[in-house]
Design a protein around this ligand. Structure first.
Ligand SMILES: *Cc1c(COP(=O)(O)O)cnc(C)c1O
Ligand code: SF4
Length: 380
């Protein structure tokens, strides 16, 4: 077995990809080329349920299926309830659409898009959709109307240039969030072109990259990539991660390279029913993220996209998780719990309520352990 691989992946590779050389396995282009997409692909290592098989075989699912061999190796093939399996293999639940509560574009991004690919919702920052491709498609994706090659605009250099022109013409934009899809699927040269053009705009203070690649295709995070990225500082990264099983030797090496290049790393975790909706899983995830130098940033309530009712929890669940973290562990491990309001309201954060009552300048609180009667008196 190879020491460059975590034990689970090494075992998987030994069982199912034994003829593949380690250099191919560790090459992100090989991983992309060999992504698993069909029922036959997955049957190689998984006993698919008949529901999964039907879904993989039908054209009815809204979102393409794709899983890198590396990410597939993290699925425990003996466990139908495996958390990663649930997030990437389609089931018929996703065909059930609740038209009263679910949306094709829950955040009304298309309405806030002045030019193709730019979402300008908050005054001082924009989201820049630079691709509609991801190495792995998450079944709960907020942008399932776009990703998997479904953008209703062409994504090419001309579209990028229109986005750059828009940012140049709007002096109030000080923060550009490069997203998609997953922008790190581009080559170093393509990314460098984009970063160079955004960095040249004098009013852009910070650039952020939103990506899941360190967890689904960690092979993409190369020495050459980070050497290039660090020329365009300040660059921040928001890493999409949902379960402790995603934190492996490979993803931790990827995060080390990024952190060593001076890129502050924050996490974005979608709260998902039967995947990560309990205090102990979340605590483990947040602790593990801190050990690989990723600061928990957002815990996101799952957006009401078409076909996601089986993933969405109540809001009380998110509050319970924050309550289970705050005070019980390092404050650094506690993300903000966020609901991105449907129809374009923007993000709001929700906190457990520790304030019991207020009279005059005296406030009375319950602490993190549930003990009440703690008073704080404000100055007159
Ligand atoms: C989430 C989001 C941002 C970034 O929000 P922060 O709270 O600053 O991380 C920017 N634009 C859009 C459209 C978003 O959805
Ligand atoms: S990585 Fe992000 S954009 Fe891509 S499918 Fe998952 S949630 Fe959607």
């Amino acid at each position: 077995m190879d020491t460059q691989l975590n034990p689970k992946t090494a075992k998987f590779k030994y069982e199912f990809y034994n003829t593949i050389g380690i250099d191919d396995w560790n090459d992100w282009r090989w991983q992309l080329k060999k992504r698993l997409q069909t029922s036959e692909d997955f049957s190689l290592f998984l006993d698919l349920t008949s529901d999964e098989k039907d879904c993989l075989g039908s054209n009815a699912t809204r979102l393409n299926v794709s899983v890198t061999p590396y990410y597939a190796s993290l699925i425990d093939n003996n466990n139908i309830q495996d958390p990663i399996r649930k997030t990437v293999i389609p089931v018929s639940n996703e065909l059930h659409v609740d038209n009263d509560a679910e949306y094709l574009d829950p955040l009304a991004e298309d309405l806030n898009s002045p030019v193709p690919g730019i979402v300008h919702r908050y005054p001082d920052r924009v989201l820049f959709i630079t691709t509609d491709f991801c190495p792995v498609y998450c079944r709960y994706c907020t942008r399932s109307r776009i990703v998997g090659g479904k953008a209703n605009f062409d994504i090419n250099l001309n579209q990028w240039q229109k986005g750059i022109d828009y940012i140049s013409q709007h002096c109030e934009i000080r923060d550009v969030l490069i997203s998609g899809g997953d922008p790190l699927i581009y080559t170093d040269t393509q990314l460098q072109w984009l970063l160079e053009h955004i960095r040249k705009i004098p009013h852009v203070e910070i650039i952020r990259i939103g990506t899941k690649i360190p967890f689904v295709l960690p092979q993409r995070i190369t020495h050459e990539l980070v050497e290039m990225l660090k020329e365009y500082h300040p660059i921040y990264m928001s890493l999409h991660v949902v379960h402790p099983n995603e934190i492996t030797l490979e993803s931790s090496n990827a995060c080390t390279l990024l952190a060593n290049a001076g890129i502050p790393l924050g996490s974005q975790t979608v709260l998902l029913k039967d995947v990560n909706d309990d205090v102990s899983t979340m605590t483990e995830l947040m602790h593990n993220l801190l050990t690989i130098r990723v600061k928990p940033y957002y815990l996101l309530q799952c957006d009401p996209v078409f076909g996601t009712s089986h993933f969405r929890t109540g809001i009380d669940k998110g509050v319970e998780i924050i309550q289970g973290l705050r005070g019980h562990t390092s404050g650094y491990a506690v993300p903000h719990y966020i609901i991105d309001l449907p129809e374009g309201g923007g993000k709001v954060s929700i906190d457990p309520d520790y304030l019991d009552n207020q009279s005059g300048n005296t406030y009375e609180f319950t602490n993190y352990q549930g003990t009440s009667g703690f008073k704080y008196v404000e100055p007159e």
